[in-house]
Design a protein around this ligand. Structure first.
Ligand SMILES: *Cc1c(COP(=O)(O)O)cnc(C)c1O
Length: 372
């Protein structure tokens, strides 16, 4: 068993009772990776169910003078990259003989992706969600219900994602024989950061092939938004070995765990987190629910420290301006999360840029229109 360390980040900061389950998952994942039938099944599901490969779209009007390519994860089934991870973990869970899935969700996007794959495979699905988040994200609660998932309200504390996560873990500990815990980003204890990265790395692999086909060269800069960091690490994975390709991760200004955080432990791993001097977690604030998280995957913290990836941030207003601009200049309404990446991409000193358009903006229309 490896330790899952990225420099001094990562690891397993969990109760002793969870170690056997993490070991089992790690061993199952290691076996699946070596098994061509696992990859074949994922490839087939990607093609026939999810709509892979997603296209690469050249945008010429968004930032005149630059060739910006958009990796269109917004065109994936359910409208965002989260499905890549949920599909992979659902297939893995079945290999491990688990027919019950638990997850937590904040804004509801990961809950919908999880409920979707559970419906596809006939798995029992329980999603923990803070009662306050359920009130704010009613349409996603209804979607999950329609997909056959049970959404369990969490009524204590701030009644949001933090408490929902604790409840999902409690459920997993109690039901670990039958249950897989489906984490939605490259966070949590080992092996989750590695597992989620590998499942999302299809974004980077496809993009690399597609841009070489279109341009005959690699992009100068690759840009992606960073919440927990899964779409970014999946995209970056395709280019980390190409020393000449610069990489930029864009956080929300009010949830900038990498740009303004400190080392600490959150949700089972050591990373860079928003916390005070005593280690108490601070609240994150962003107009985009998917970036509104006080932590980030441990591999990003290591990539920041090594200097391989540069992490910057964008404000709510900058993201909203980019949201509107992409709609007006390209006929594409992006999710507010990748609008942060778009906001920073426009001012890069580079001619050929690749951006991960992680999701579509339908879910954000009310929010964006209220501000614009
Ligand atoms: C959830 C979400 C994100 C943030 O999650 P990561 O793990 O950082 O990728 C980004 N974009 C969209 C569209 C999302 O739904």
């Amino acid at each position: 068993m490896t330790t899952g360390l990225y420099g001094t980040y990562g690891g397993r900061y969990v109760p002793e009772t969870l170690i056997p389950a993490l070991d089992e998952l790690e061993a199952g994942w290691a076996a699946a990776r070596r098994d061509p039938s696992f990859q074949n099944e994922l490839d087939r599901l990607g093609r026939e169910y999810a709509g892979r490969p997603t296209p690469l779209t050249l945008s010429e009007r968004f930032a005149p003078g630059k060739r910006i390519y958009l990796k269109r994860e917004d065109l994936l089934h359910t409208g965002a990259h989260k499905l890549n991870n949920a599909l992979g973990q659902a297939v893995l869970a079945q290999r491990l003989g688990k027919r019950r899935i638990v997850a937590e969700t904040g804004a509801g996007q990961h809950g919908v992706a999880t409920a979707t794959v559970c419906a596809r495979f006939g798995l029992e699905c329980v999603v923990y969600m803070g009662a306050e988040d359920m009130r704010r994200q009613r349409p996603n609660v209804e979607r999950m219900g329609l997909l056959g998932a049970e959404v369990r309200p969490v009524e204590f504390g701030t009644k949001t994602l933090k408490e929902a996560t604790s409840e999902a873990i409690r459920d997993w500990i109690t039901n670990v024989e039958t249950t897989h815990y489906l984490i939605g980003s490259c966070v949590g204890p080992h092996p989750y950061p590695e597992l989620v990265r590998e499942l999302q790395s299809v974004i980077g692999r496809e993009s690399r092939t597609q841009i070489l086909e279109a341009e005959g060269r690699l992009p100068e800069v690759v840009v992606a938004c960073v919440g927990g960091g899964s779409n970014a690490i999946g995209m970056f994975a395709g280019f980390l070995d190409d020393a000449e390709v610069k990489m930029v991760g864009v956080e929300a200004r009010g949830a900038a765990s990498l740009s303004s955080g400190r080392p600490g432990v959150l949700h089972g791993a050591r990373s860079s987190i928003l916390a005070d001097e005593d280690g108490q977690i601070l609240d994150a604030h962003s107009i985009s629910a998917g970036l509104d998280y006080p932590g980030v995957g441990p591999e990003h913290a290591a990539l920041r420290d090594s200097g391989r990836v540069e992490y910057v941030s964008a404000t709510d207003d900058e993201a909203l301006a980019a949201f509107r601009r992409l709609a007006e200049t390209e006929g594409i309404i992006p999710a507010l999360e990748p609008a942060h990446a778009l906001a920073r991409a426009a001012d890069l000193d580079a001619g050929l840029v690749l951006i991960c358009l992680s999701g579509r903006g339908d879910k954000d229309l009310d929010q964006a229109l209220a501000h614009l």
